[in-house]
Design a protein around this ligand. Structure first.
Ligand SMILES: [Zn+2]
Length: 430
């Protein structure tokens, strides 16, 4: 196999395109055909977890793993592993992401990270056929919640956070349980939770992923170094006013729940804006107005609020600000306000040592980069519970993802790929 030099000629080393990178691109393009309709190719890929298109993508991935001399296996949760044993004792390195997609999704979400991992293996082997430490590439099962209403299934299992009971409880739209779907793919749902990843075996996990947001595309930076993955704090606000006739009830006697809600929505936005410098965001994504008739002053409104940040104090401040504002807005309008919490998860920090390593590599190679939060969840957040983890973002056009319009520029992704390869190399040959 060619090494960095093969396609380079007189091009300076940092501009050469490696065989691994070329192969990663070919693999992404091949997998993009799995789940794409011949009749409607512009509808993107529908490669839901543990379906036939997923099986095809796994086969292409496993074939590549075998070609690289990796031992291929699947675990209880059908996570697909390619493993190359190291010649020395000591914990190894994992590179991973996922192969499943949302319905009518894009070509790069998840797949890019798996293919880049295999490309890195190819490049590293060209220099040294036997890695000092064990090197693995993993494709986690069902990162998207689209099929089973449960996200990051495979990485949760790898972290020991998924039980056989969970697999029986979650079902797809046709009533098929996660357990049955796993079994049909050769999994062993009864063994879930038995063999979580151990820091004794693994020193580092690296995931390369498209950003799925617009920051890198806007700033022109080629690499995003994720410091932490935001976890949502979600709650419902029920505003109870007085339903009345829109013609007969004078303005000064109204207790309009929707007008109160309008002010509360702006207060949520304001809370997010005032914490934006910490990378936090605040959204009202649902507003249900009752009874919802043109000739009725709204009596009841339900708002659903989603607050996210990578700093718990910042999320707590937003929650406090929203509640204080909601109480005063509703008080002034004679509207009752009740909060029902849904979830409040802690943000997950990436490993500071690996983050610093990735940043050093960027600096040395002159790659434009920025530290940033991830607003979206990723497999890395569960792997990070067990072993040190790093998440590297590469730009996607206009920040569009979970859409057939998802696009990347390979020339920009190359920088992130090379940073991943160098960081892995330094952990693999310590
Ligand atoms: Zn993804």
């Amino acid at each position: 196999m060619g090494t960095d030099g093969r396609f380079g000629g007189a091009v300076p080393p940092e501009r050469q395109i490696s065989a691994g990178f070329i192969r990663a691109r070919e693999l992404v393009e091949a997998i993009a055909a799995c789940g794409r309709s011949a009749e409607f190719p512009d509808r993107g890929v529908s490669r839901l977890a543990l379906t036939e298109p997923d099986r095809q993508a796994r086969e292409l991935t496993a074939k590549e793993m075998r070609e690289l001399g990796m031992a291929v296996r699947t675990d209880a949760c059908c996570n697909l592993w390619g493993v190359l044993g190291g010649v020395e004792k000591g914990p190894g390195v994992i590179i991973g992401s996922h192969l499943d997609s949302v319905p009518e999704g894009g070509d790069y979400d998840g797949v890019l990270g798996v293919a880049a991992g295999l490309g890195v293996v190819r490049d590293l082997l060209a220099g040294q056929p036997h890695p000092a430490r064990t090197l693995a590439v993993v494709a986690f099962t069902a990162e998207e919640s689209s099929r089973f209403s449960l996200a990051t299934v495979g990485s949760k299992a790898a972290a020991g956070r998924l039980t056989p009971e969970d697999a029986e409880r979650f079902r797809d739209a046709r009533g098929v349980t996660l357990a049955r779907a796993l079994r049909d793919f050769g999994g062993r749902p009864e063994d879930l939770g038995k063999e979580p990843l151990s820091p004794k075996d693994w020193a580092a996990y690296f995931e390369l992923h498209i950003e799925q947001g617009p920051v890198l595309d806007r700033t022109g930076d080629d690499v995003g170094i994720v410091e932490a993955i935001a976890a949502p704090t979600r709650f419902m606000l029920e505003l109870e006013g007085v339903q009345a006739h829109s013609g007969a009830c004078p303005m000064d006697l109204r207790h309009d729940a929707l007008a109160a809600a309008a002010e509360v929505i702006l207060a949520v936005e304001e809370a997010g804006r005032s914490e934006a410098r910490h990378g936090s965001v605040a959204t009202v994504g649902v507003c249900e107005c009752h009874p919802g008739a043109m000739n009725v002053v709204p009596g009841r409104v339900v708002l659903k609020v989603d607050l996210r940040g990578i700093r718990s104090e910042s999320v707590a401040r937003m929650r406090g600000a929203v509640m204080a504002k909601a109480v005063s807005i509703c008080g002034a309008r004679g509207v009752a306000c009740r909060l029902t919490p849904y979830s409040s998860d802690e943000p997950v920090a990436m490993d500071t040592g690996l983050t610093a390593l990735v940043e050093d590599v960027c600096r040395e190679r002159g790659v434009s980069h920025r530290r940033m939060p991830s607003g979206a969840g990723h497999d890395a957040m569960f792997v990070a519970e067990r072993i040190p983890s790093a998440l590297i973002f590469v730009p996607c056009k206009d920040g569009i993802s979970h859409s057939p319009k998802e696009r990347i520029e390979w020339s920009r992704v190359q920088a992130g790929y090379e940073v991943l390869r160098e960081a892995v190399k330094r952990r693999l040959f310590p």
